[in-house]
Ligand binder design. Structure first.
Ligand SMILES: *[C@@H]1O[C@H](CO)[C@@H](O)[C@H](O)[C@H]1NC(C)=O
Ligand SMILES: *[C@@H]1O[C@H](CO)[C@@H](O)[C@H](O)[C@H]1NC(C)=O
Length: 352
């Protein structure tokens, strides 16, 4: 048995070169195939992707399809038919279904009672353009990794901006604490299996939230370790921005980082590279499956911070087209919240 196998292997190795040539000559498309394989291998190197041989051929199959789709899209970009580009980012070897199952885990909040403070449109004068990054109140773009914790990242991004706006600079808060702890008792979130931003806000308002360095991100569900942390920030609640109202949205966005839910399904969002994103999207509340953070706007777009690292999109951001309907692009105006950080005069900044 063993011997026979070895013999076959040896013959195959010897014949390898000529066999390959025969295959190449017999298939016209193999030149293209080789080119794409080279692109795939470069891409793997760039993104540190290593697979078993079996997995690799599966991944290459999907990559090829995505690559062809990107080429088609690029033709339309060059013809002036698209306002945004897509490209080979770190998700380029995932199918839409795989991607959705792995990353899009925001739970719908349709069950929640509306007993919160609501921000309604007030007809305020707002600046034509806002970019909170320019005020130095937006923290670095993070990467949630292979954990459905978008909701925790969206909440923490808004919490961090609220902190910075009240003068507490350069503090980063713990997404992991929300993943581990905003899942018990009164909270409905499920850690890496998904959750809701308002659970994060409610948690940080009831128990405070630790700084990131004391409770670092692990991208897996763990036991709650909040009791071990020392440096915690106490928030004082959050506001629901009136749903389905672009004016209320922009008024709130002029002053706050907003946690928003969107429908992030589809290959265009997955592979988004730059430009103003206006892909057709189901914007119903039931379609919302990803939590992100709005940190500015301009007449043509909303500026959205994602949590998929800086290699996705425009250094981790996407510009969402401002479209003329009440749901907004991909439902961005459906579920909108921002947290409040208020420092009482009798309170020190850090609550221990
Ligand atoms: C998001 O929108 C796309 C495009 O309309 C649609 O195919 C997809 O089903 C929507 N996602 C969800 C979760 O409903
Ligand atoms: C601090 O001030 C707030 C608001 O006036 C008050 O509700 C709270 O009880 C005070 N806390 C302490 C420790 O004095």
């Amino acid at each position: 048995m063993q011997k026979g196998l070895l013999t076959i292997l040896a013959i195959t190795l010897l014949a390898g070169t000529s066999l390959l040539n025969t295959v190449q000559n017999s298939e016209q498309s193999s030149f293209l195939e080789d080119e794409i394989m080279k692109i795939y291998q470069n891409w793997q190197r760039e993104h540190g992707k290593r697979y078993s041989q079996f997995e690799n051929s599966h991944r290459f199959g999907i990559f090829k399809k995505n690559y062809a789709y990107i080429q088609e899209h690029q033709k339309r970009v060059e013809a002036g038919l698209e306002t945004y580009e897509i490209g080979l980012n770190s998700f380029a070897d995932l199918s839409v279904e795989e991607f959705e199952a792995k990353y899009l885990k925001l739970k719908s909040s349709s069950q929640r009672e509306q007993r919160n403070q609501v921000y309604k449109k007030q007809g305020k004068q707002v600046p034509v353009e806002v970019d909170l990054r320019k005020d130095g109140v937006v923290s670095e773009v993070k990467n949630q990794g292979s954990c459905g914790s978008c909701w925790a990242f969206s909440a923490v991004a808004a919490l961090e901006t609220a902190l910075r706006q009240s003068g507490v600079q350069n503090v980063e808060l713990s997404e992991q604490e929300l993943v581990d702890c905003a899942v018990l008792d009164e909270f409905e979130s499920e850690g890496c299996d998904g959750g809701e931003m308002y659970d994060g806000f409610a948690y940080a308002s009831k128990y405070g939230i630790a700084i990131r360095s004391e409770y670092p991100y692990a991208a897996v569900d763990q036991q709650c370790q909040a009791k071990k942390t020392k440096t915690r920030y106490q928030f004082s609640g959050f506001v629901d921005v009136e749903s389905l109202n672009p004016n209320a949205y922009v008024e709130a966005a002029a002053e706050h980082a907003l946690s928003v839910g969107i429908n992030a399904s589809g290959i265009n969002f997955q592979l988004y590279r730059k430009g103003i994103y206006n892909a057709k999207c189901d914007s119903r509340k039931e379609a919302i499956n990803h939590g992100v953070t709005n940190v500015g706007y301009a007449p043509e777009y909303y500026l959205i911070k994602n949590s998929w690292g800086i290699s996705w999109g425009e250094q981790g951001y996407i510009r969402f087209a401002r479209i003329n309907d009440k749901e907004g692009q991909c439902g961005v105006q459906q579920e909108v919240n921002y947290p409040i950080y208020k420092l009482f005069e009798n309170q020190s900044t850090i609550v221990e």
